[in-house]
Design a protein around this ligand. Structure first.
Ligand code: TXA
Ligand code: MG
Length: 346
């Protein structure tokens, strides 16, 4: 199969590409679509057959349910059993945006989407191109991140192409995802509402609109099985061995110096904050996380750098981590998985 990439700059001028995407989706074929978090691998969310292709193409475990993407709140009602009154404000303020809500599902939602369960995850992405496709197609679009299972999530059309070239007919290129990590997943089927996957929004952001929000205990404790199936698998992993270090400039300097003395035969990518770039030599591979004071930049650069390190064929990645507050909780959730738990406070 030949994989085409259509760059959409303008909804009107490039409407022929939007039409093409809709044609594929209605025909139960897969189309990669841009969102503000990461690229999604889209399929007709009401079609068993189309969604089956998502699992096959990604090599995704069968028990990991999919998120349905909508273009506006009106499309929600027919997909869920009920809409709790106390989330109306939350939906109004944070959608479109990087928030996924888990509802009890209606009969209309195929069981492949929910991995056989009675709940369905739903979000309205903050991306005009993708919302336009969904609205015009008139169907919810099921979309996991558009990477092969286990790999870092894709934040550009090129990232998607590297993983899925030859496996899907079309990638819609909408430029780089401006957030860079996936949505916060909030289960609203039971009270207290629970964050199953941390993302752009943290607990406090949601508590502006809701009474009490908890983190799923698996996010806080290491030995608890997560309630969100996707959280238990190996994830976001670059090809190289990866180590995450958290510390001040001095301790990072001694760590890197010592590392170089002992393991100087390895090709290493250093993914560091700009403030620590001066610790490296000209010949070292430096990939920037942006400024230490801006975790939004860190999220934006994270998967991009892991994929860049893969392109450079390094043996080892040494990546700075962050304290866990705000979006830092979501970032560290991804880094724990990318590094298979190889995190050191130094
Ligand atoms: O930002 C995002 O959420 C991106 C973009 C493309 O929208 N999508 C994404 O999808 O990250 P995926 O499939 O890579 O991750 C979906 C997460 C998984 O952890 C999955 O287990 C969880 O959401 N999930 C989906 N449906 C669920 C449900 N009914 N109950 C609990 N967790 C669910
Ligand atoms: Mg994913």
């Amino acid at each position: 199969m030949i994989t085409k990439i259509y760059k959409v700059n303008d909804l009107k001028k490039d409407s022929k590409y939007i039409e093409k995407a809709i044609e594929y989706l209605k025909n139960d074929d897969l189309v990669a679509i841009p969102t503000e978090t990461v690229y999604g691998l889209g399929a007709n969310g009401l079609s068993e057959e189309a969604c089956k292709k998502i699992f096959e193409t990604k090599g995704r475990p069968q028990d990991n349910p999919l998120i349905l993407h909508l273009s506006k709140v009106d499309e929600l009602e027919r997909l869920v059993k009920e809409i709790p009154e106390d989330i109306e404000k939350l939906m109004k303020e944070l959608w479109p945006g990087p928030l996924t809500l888990v509802f009890y599902k209606s009969e209309l939602v195929p069981s492949i989407v929910t991995a056989g369960g009675n709940t369905v995850a739903i979000r309205i992405p903050n991306n005009n191109i993708t919302r336009n496709i969904i609205e015009k197609a008139g169907i919810p679009i099921a979309a996991p991140s558009a990477n092969l299972s286990g790999r870092p999530s894709p934040t550009t059309a090129d990232d998607v192409y590297i993983d899925l070239n030859g496996k899907i007919p079309l990638i819609i290129d909408g430029g780089q995802s401006n957030i860079g990590i996936e949505s916060t997943v909030l289960d609203i089927t039971e009270k207290p509402y629970t964050i199953l996957r941390p993302g752009f929004f943290d607990k406090e952001d949601l508590e502006v609109y809701l009474d009490e929000v908890l983190y799923d205990t698996s996010l806080v404790k290491d030995d608890v099985v997560p309630r969100s199936p996707g959280q238990k698998y190996k994830h976001y992993a670059p090809k190289a061995k990866m180590e995450v270090i958290i510390g001040d400039g001095n301790s990072i300097k001694s760590y890197i110096d010592e590392y170089k003395e002992n393991k100087n035969e390895e090709k290493v990518a250093y993914i560091l904050f700009d403030e620590n770039k001066y610790l490296l030599k000209e010949e070292d591979i430096f990939l920037s996380l942006g400024s230490k004071d801006n975790l939004i930049e860190m999220a934006y650069n994270l998967f991009k750098n892991l994929r860049q390190a893969d392109k450079l064929n390094v043996d080892k990645i040494i990546c700075e981590g962050t304290d866990e507050y705000g979006i830092g909780i979501g970032i560290m959730n991804r880094l724990k998985k990318s590094s298979a738990g190889n995190i050191r406070r130094i």
